[in-house]
Design a protein around this ligand. Structure first.
Ligand code: DGL
Length: 271
Protein backbone atom coordinates (compact mmCIF):
# COMPACT_ATOMS: atom_id res chain seq x y z
CA UNK A 1 0.00 0.00 0.00
CA UNK A 2 1.32 3.41 -0.97
CA UNK A 3 -0.68 6.56 -0.17
CA UNK A 4 1.56 8.97 -2.09
CA UNK A 5 -0.18 10.82 -4.95
CA UNK A 6 0.13 10.17 -8.68
CA UNK A 7 1.51 13.11 -10.66
CA UNK A 8 0.04 13.79 -14.11
CA UNK A 9 1.02 16.46 -16.63
CA UNK A 10 0.28 17.84 -20.07
CA UNK A 11 0.69 21.12 -21.91
CA UNK A 12 -2.86 22.13 -21.03
CA UNK A 13 -6.31 20.60 -20.80
CA UNK A 14 -5.58 17.44 -22.79
CA UNK A 15 -4.18 15.40 -19.93
CA UNK A 16 -7.55 15.62 -18.21
CA UNK A 17 -8.62 12.80 -20.53
CA UNK A 18 -6.19 10.63 -18.56
CA UNK A 19 -7.21 12.17 -15.23
CA UNK A 20 -10.87 11.39 -15.84
CA UNK A 21 -10.09 7.72 -16.43
CA UNK A 22 -7.55 7.52 -13.57
CA UNK A 23 -10.17 8.94 -11.20
CA UNK A 24 -12.84 6.58 -12.51
CA UNK A 25 -10.82 3.38 -12.19
CA UNK A 26 -8.77 4.33 -9.09
CA UNK A 27 -11.11 6.64 -7.13
CA UNK A 28 -9.11 6.32 -3.91
CA UNK A 29 -5.86 7.66 -5.40
CA UNK A 30 -4.75 11.27 -4.83
CA UNK A 31 -3.95 13.00 -8.13
CA UNK A 32 -1.82 16.10 -8.72
CA UNK A 33 -2.27 17.56 -12.20
CA UNK A 34 -0.09 20.11 -13.91
CA UNK A 35 -1.22 21.77 -17.16
CA UNK A 36 1.43 24.00 -18.72
CA UNK A 37 -1.17 26.45 -20.02
CA UNK A 38 1.33 29.30 -20.19
CA UNK A 39 3.35 27.42 -22.84
CA UNK A 40 0.69 25.41 -24.68
CA UNK A 41 0.85 24.18 -27.45
CA UNK A 42 3.88 21.91 -27.14
CA UNK A 43 3.28 20.10 -30.41
CA UNK A 44 5.18 22.38 -32.80
CA UNK A 45 8.29 22.73 -30.63
CA UNK A 46 11.76 21.25 -31.08
CA UNK A 47 12.99 18.23 -29.15
CA UNK A 48 15.40 20.34 -27.05
CA UNK A 49 12.65 22.68 -25.88
CA UNK A 50 10.26 19.80 -25.21
CA UNK A 51 12.84 18.00 -23.07
CA UNK A 52 13.47 21.22 -21.13
CA UNK A 53 9.75 21.79 -20.51
CA UNK A 54 9.16 18.16 -19.59
CA UNK A 55 12.03 18.21 -17.07
CA UNK A 56 10.50 21.29 -15.41
CA UNK A 57 7.03 19.69 -15.36
CA UNK A 58 8.43 16.59 -13.68
CA UNK A 59 10.53 18.64 -11.23
CA UNK A 60 7.41 20.54 -10.17
CA UNK A 61 5.36 17.36 -9.69
CA UNK A 62 8.19 15.75 -7.74
CA UNK A 63 7.83 18.42 -5.04
CA UNK A 64 4.68 16.47 -4.02
CA UNK A 65 6.65 13.24 -3.51
CA UNK A 66 4.56 11.26 -6.05
CA UNK A 67 4.80 7.48 -6.32
CA UNK A 68 4.60 7.69 -10.12
CA UNK A 69 4.26 10.25 -12.89
CA UNK A 70 1.97 9.95 -15.90
CA UNK A 71 2.99 11.85 -19.01
CA UNK A 72 -0.56 12.52 -20.20
CA UNK A 73 0.79 14.09 -23.37
CA UNK A 74 1.49 12.38 -26.68
CA UNK A 75 4.08 14.98 -27.61
CA UNK A 76 6.22 14.50 -24.49
CA UNK A 77 5.67 10.73 -24.47
CA UNK A 78 6.97 10.41 -28.05
CA UNK A 79 9.87 12.81 -27.54
CA UNK A 80 11.16 12.69 -23.97
CA UNK A 81 9.96 9.50 -22.24
CA UNK A 82 13.37 7.80 -22.32
CA UNK A 83 15.14 10.90 -20.95
CA UNK A 84 12.65 11.30 -18.11
CA UNK A 85 12.76 7.59 -17.24
CA UNK A 86 16.56 7.63 -17.15
CA UNK A 87 16.63 10.66 -14.86
CA UNK A 88 13.99 9.63 -12.33
CA UNK A 89 13.88 6.89 -9.73
CA UNK A 90 10.08 6.56 -9.73
CA UNK A 91 7.95 5.00 -12.50
CA UNK A 92 7.27 7.39 -15.38
CA UNK A 93 4.49 6.28 -17.73
CA UNK A 94 3.87 7.48 -21.29
CA UNK A 95 0.87 7.04 -23.57
CA UNK A 96 2.46 5.41 -26.64
CA UNK A 97 2.83 1.79 -25.58
CA UNK A 98 -0.65 1.42 -24.04
CA UNK A 99 -2.22 3.06 -27.11
CA UNK A 100 -0.28 0.81 -29.48
CA UNK A 101 -1.35 -2.30 -27.55
CA UNK A 102 -5.00 -1.28 -27.67
CA UNK A 103 -4.86 -0.45 -31.39
CA UNK A 104 -3.08 -3.69 -32.32
CA UNK A 105 -5.84 -5.51 -30.49
CA UNK A 106 -8.75 -3.52 -31.92
CA UNK A 107 -7.92 -3.31 -35.65
CA UNK A 108 -9.43 -6.03 -37.79
CA UNK A 109 -8.16 -4.98 -41.21
CA UNK A 110 -4.66 -3.94 -40.09
CA UNK A 111 -5.18 -0.37 -41.32
CA UNK A 112 -4.75 2.16 -38.54
CA UNK A 113 -5.07 5.93 -38.73
CA UNK A 114 -2.96 8.10 -36.46
CA UNK A 115 -3.41 11.77 -35.68
CA UNK A 116 -1.15 13.75 -33.39
CA UNK A 117 0.91 16.88 -33.04
CA UNK A 118 3.77 17.66 -35.43
CA UNK A 119 6.34 16.50 -32.87
CA UNK A 120 4.53 13.20 -32.23
CA UNK A 121 4.12 12.38 -35.91
CA UNK A 122 7.73 13.41 -36.65
CA UNK A 123 8.98 10.99 -33.96
CA UNK A 124 7.50 7.87 -35.60
CA UNK A 125 7.06 6.47 -32.07
CA UNK A 126 3.48 5.22 -32.46
CA UNK A 127 4.30 3.44 -35.76
CA UNK A 128 7.34 1.82 -34.18
CA UNK A 129 5.41 0.54 -31.16
CA UNK A 130 2.52 -0.68 -33.30
CA UNK A 131 4.80 -2.35 -35.86
CA UNK A 132 6.53 -4.29 -33.08
CA UNK A 133 3.20 -5.60 -31.80
CA UNK A 134 1.54 -6.22 -35.13
CA UNK A 135 4.04 -6.53 -38.00
CA UNK A 136 2.68 -5.44 -41.38
CA UNK A 137 0.16 -3.01 -39.93
CA UNK A 138 -0.45 -0.09 -42.30
CA UNK A 139 -0.44 3.30 -40.57
CA UNK A 140 -1.77 6.49 -42.17
CA UNK A 141 -0.47 9.34 -40.04
CA UNK A 142 -1.45 13.01 -40.05
CA UNK A 143 -0.14 15.91 -37.98
CA UNK A 144 -3.03 18.16 -36.91
CA UNK A 145 -1.55 21.35 -35.46
CA UNK A 146 -4.82 23.29 -35.39
CA UNK A 147 -6.71 20.88 -33.16
CA UNK A 148 -5.04 21.74 -29.83
CA UNK A 149 -5.76 25.50 -30.13
CA UNK A 150 -9.38 24.66 -30.97
CA UNK A 151 -9.73 22.55 -27.83
CA UNK A 152 -7.93 25.05 -25.58
CA UNK A 153 -10.37 27.70 -26.81
CA UNK A 154 -13.43 25.58 -26.14
CA UNK A 155 -14.21 25.13 -29.86
CA UNK A 156 -14.71 21.37 -29.84
CA UNK A 157 -18.46 20.74 -29.82
CA UNK A 158 -20.47 19.19 -32.66
CA UNK A 159 -22.05 21.93 -34.76
CA UNK A 160 -18.95 24.13 -34.45
CA UNK A 161 -18.34 24.78 -38.14
CA UNK A 162 -14.65 25.62 -37.67
CA UNK A 163 -13.94 22.41 -35.73
CA UNK A 164 -15.91 20.30 -38.21
CA UNK A 165 -14.14 21.81 -41.24
CA UNK A 166 -10.66 21.42 -39.78
CA UNK A 167 -11.31 17.84 -38.64
CA UNK A 168 -12.66 16.88 -42.08
CA UNK A 169 -9.63 18.31 -43.86
CA UNK A 170 -7.12 16.54 -41.61
CA UNK A 171 -8.93 13.21 -41.60
CA UNK A 172 -9.83 12.89 -45.29
CA UNK A 173 -6.68 10.86 -46.18
CA UNK A 174 -7.16 8.59 -43.16
CA UNK A 175 -10.74 7.92 -44.16
CA UNK A 176 -9.84 7.19 -47.77
CA UNK A 177 -7.06 4.80 -46.64
CA UNK A 178 -9.81 2.61 -45.15
CA UNK A 179 -8.60 2.65 -41.54
CA UNK A 180 -10.91 0.81 -39.15
CA UNK A 181 -9.10 2.21 -36.09
CA UNK A 182 -7.99 5.75 -35.39
CA UNK A 183 -5.44 6.56 -32.69
CA UNK A 184 -6.21 9.94 -31.14
CA UNK A 185 -2.48 10.36 -30.55
CA UNK A 186 -2.75 13.63 -28.66
CA UNK A 187 -4.54 13.71 -25.33
CA UNK A 188 -6.45 16.84 -26.36
CA UNK A 189 -8.25 15.08 -29.21
CA UNK A 190 -10.83 13.08 -27.20
CA UNK A 191 -12.41 16.43 -26.38
CA UNK A 192 -13.22 16.50 -30.13
CA UNK A 193 -14.39 12.90 -30.01
CA UNK A 194 -17.93 13.56 -31.20
CA UNK A 195 -16.79 15.68 -34.15
CA UNK A 196 -14.09 13.16 -35.12
CA UNK A 197 -16.43 10.19 -34.64
CA UNK A 198 -19.14 11.79 -36.76
CA UNK A 199 -16.69 12.37 -39.61
CA UNK A 200 -15.05 8.91 -39.48
CA UNK A 201 -18.34 7.04 -39.07
CA UNK A 202 -19.48 4.32 -36.66
CA UNK A 203 -17.28 1.59 -38.18
CA UNK A 204 -14.06 3.23 -37.02
CA UNK A 205 -12.84 2.58 -33.46
CA UNK A 206 -11.33 5.63 -31.75
CA UNK A 207 -8.41 4.90 -29.42
CA UNK A 208 -8.10 7.47 -26.62
CA UNK A 209 -4.44 7.41 -25.60
CA UNK A 210 -5.00 9.04 -22.20
CA UNK A 211 -7.68 6.52 -21.29
CA UNK A 212 -5.51 3.57 -22.40
CA UNK A 213 -2.57 4.95 -20.46
CA UNK A 214 -4.67 5.27 -17.29
CA UNK A 215 -5.67 1.60 -17.50
CA UNK A 216 -2.06 0.59 -18.06
CA UNK A 217 -0.95 2.65 -15.06
CA UNK A 218 -3.48 0.92 -12.82
CA UNK A 219 -2.13 -2.50 -13.81
CA UNK A 220 1.48 -1.42 -13.35
CA UNK A 221 0.81 0.05 -9.90
CA UNK A 222 -0.97 -3.14 -8.90
CA UNK A 223 1.93 -5.32 -10.04
CA UNK A 224 4.40 -3.08 -8.22
CA UNK A 225 2.34 -3.07 -4.98
CA UNK A 226 1.95 0.70 -5.19
CA UNK A 227 -1.84 1.05 -5.02
CA UNK A 228 -3.46 3.12 -2.30
CA UNK A 229 -5.51 0.77 -0.15
CA UNK A 230 -6.94 3.60 1.96
CA UNK A 231 -10.76 3.76 1.87
CA UNK A 232 -12.49 6.96 0.76
CA UNK A 233 -12.24 9.29 -2.17
CA UNK A 234 -8.84 10.55 -3.31
CA UNK A 235 -8.10 14.27 -3.49
CA UNK A 236 -7.48 15.94 -6.84
CA UNK A 237 -5.48 19.10 -7.15
CA UNK A 238 -4.77 21.06 -10.33
CA UNK A 239 -1.94 23.47 -11.13
CA UNK A 240 -1.51 25.60 -14.25
CA UNK A 241 1.17 28.01 -15.46
CA UNK A 242 -1.24 30.73 -16.65
CA UNK A 243 -4.38 32.19 -15.16
CA UNK A 244 -6.77 29.70 -13.63
CA UNK A 245 -10.13 30.98 -14.97
CA UNK A 246 -10.22 29.51 -18.48
CA UNK A 247 -8.75 26.22 -17.32
CA UNK A 248 -11.21 25.94 -14.44
CA UNK A 249 -14.20 26.63 -16.65
CA UNK A 250 -13.27 24.14 -19.40
CA UNK A 251 -11.97 21.52 -16.96
CA UNK A 252 -15.18 21.67 -14.91
CA UNK A 253 -17.26 21.03 -18.02
CA UNK A 254 -15.05 18.16 -19.16
CA UNK A 255 -14.72 16.49 -15.75
CA UNK A 256 -18.36 17.19 -14.90
CA UNK A 257 -17.46 18.61 -11.49
CA UNK A 258 -16.58 22.08 -10.28
CA UNK A 259 -12.79 22.08 -9.96
CA UNK A 260 -12.32 25.87 -9.57
CA UNK A 261 -11.52 25.70 -5.85
CA UNK A 262 -8.76 23.17 -6.51
CA UNK A 263 -6.88 25.06 -9.26
CA UNK A 264 -3.77 27.15 -8.56
CA UNK A 265 -1.30 29.03 -10.73
CA UNK A 266 2.44 28.40 -10.39
CA UNK A 267 5.61 29.69 -12.05
CA UNK A 268 6.94 26.64 -13.91
CA UNK A 269 10.11 28.46 -14.98
CA UNK A 270 11.25 28.29 -11.34
CA UNK A 271 11.71 24.49 -11.59
N1 DGL B 1 -1.93 17.08 -25.33
C1 DGL B 1 -0.60 17.03 -25.81
C2 DGL B 1 -0.34 15.84 -26.65
O1 DGL B 1 -0.88 14.81 -26.31
C3 DGL B 1 0.05 18.32 -26.21
C4 DGL B 1 -0.51 19.03 -27.36
C5 DGL B 1 0.17 20.35 -27.57
O2 DGL B 1 0.39 21.06 -26.60
O3 DGL B 1 0.47 20.66 -28.73
O4 DGL B 1 0.41 15.83 -27.59
Amino acid sequence: MDTRPIGVFDSGLGGLTAVRELARIMPEEDLIYFGDTGRVPYGGRSKDILVKYARQDVAFLRTFNPKAIVIACGTVSTTALDVLQAENDIPIFGVVKPAARASAHVTRNGRVGLIGTKASIRSGAYEQALGALRPGVEVTARACPLLVPLVENGRSRPGDIVAETVVAEYLAPVKSAGADTLILGCTHYPLLREVIGAYMGPGVALVDVGEQCARWVKKQLEWAGLRNGRPGAGRHHYYVSDSTEDFSALASVFLEEDVAAGVEQIDITAY
